[in-house]
Write a protein that binds this ligand. Structure first.
Ligand code: 1GP
Length: 256
């Protein structure tokens, strides 16, 4: 039996964050923006900065080296790798788990169920730990690749109540985690007010990303209730931010 729907080790680690009021930092790696030799450097930086998770994926995947990217990372690090797929083709058995995304902020049936049906046999056969994820796009002040590719309208930046109701629906549908994303390279990251509103009434882990470029913002988002902070774009531009943002996120764990 390669996989069952019981919570796996990664899901448990995410749930424990919320239970123990600890915060985690995830680095997002887009395979289209790295070379295989560069993965060893990324792994070393992540190891050194005590990064908790590495997410791998992108809205588009033009390159064909997803497996090699993950293998190169895994041979240099024990940090769990979770697939964050932009499409059903982005599956690799070398990862530790898969965010099984449902775009609950959108009304595109393909991303609510269609793509899942088509990819179900492949996902099942992968043997990956499946983390059922309520994925919510929040307007980040610019047209992001993910909103274009998903044919969906993001939740307005200041509509905390819509985000809350969407998150509640996701939790009651049985999603393991929620992922609120302003989209890669967003001009405006998700507000603390929205994070606070969502976490005040939901109890599953909340991952927050999109447009986070500074340690201070990561720290504040955690304070507001985010369990995992994910950063991709800013780190691609300045890899020294891995350590700085990781420290800021983990600062929330000092007095727990
Ligand atoms: C995007 O949440 C991730 O899906 C990360 O966004 O690349 O803007 O950090 P950034």
């Amino acid at each position: 039996m390669p996989h069952c729907m019981n919570p796996g080790i990664i899901h448990k680690s995410l749930t424990n964050l919320r239970l123990q009021q600890k915060k985690a930092f995830a680095v997002l790696v887009d395979p289209d923006k790295v070379t295989i030799p560069h993965m060893a450097t990324i792994a070393a930086l992540c190891n050194d900065a005590l990064v908790d998770y590495v997410f791998v994926g992108g809205s588009l995947m033009v390159s064909q080296h997803l497996d090699q990217c993950i293998k190169a990372f895994k041979s240099n690090s024990d940090i769990p790798v979770i697939l964050f797929p932009g499409s059903p083709s982005q599956i690799s058995r070398y990862a530790d788990a898969l965010f099984y995304l449902t775009l609950i902020s959108g009304r595109n049936p393909e991303l609510l169920i269609g793509a899942h049906v088509v990819s179900a046999p492949m996902v099942k056969a992968s043997g990956l730990e499946i983390i059922s994820t309520g994925y919510m796009l929040i307007d980040g002040g610019t047209a992001t690749t993910v909103s274009y590719m998903s044919h969906s309208t993001p939740i307005p930046h200041d509509k905390d109540d819509i985000a809350l109701c969407t998150a509640l629906a996701g939790e009651m549908q049985g999603k393991h985690v929620l992922y609120m994303d302003a989209g890669s390279g967003a001009k405006q990251a998700i507000s603390e007010s929205m994070i606070r509103c969502v976490t005040s009434q939901t109890s599953i882990p909340l991952i927050v990303g999109g447009g986070i470029t500074e340690p201070e913002k990561a720290y504040l988002n955690c304070k507001a209730g985010a369990d995992v902070i994910v950063v991709g774009n800013a780190i691609e531009k300045d890899s020294s931010l891995i350590k700085e943002i990781s420290s800021a996120v983990h600062q929330n764990n000092v007095n727990v």
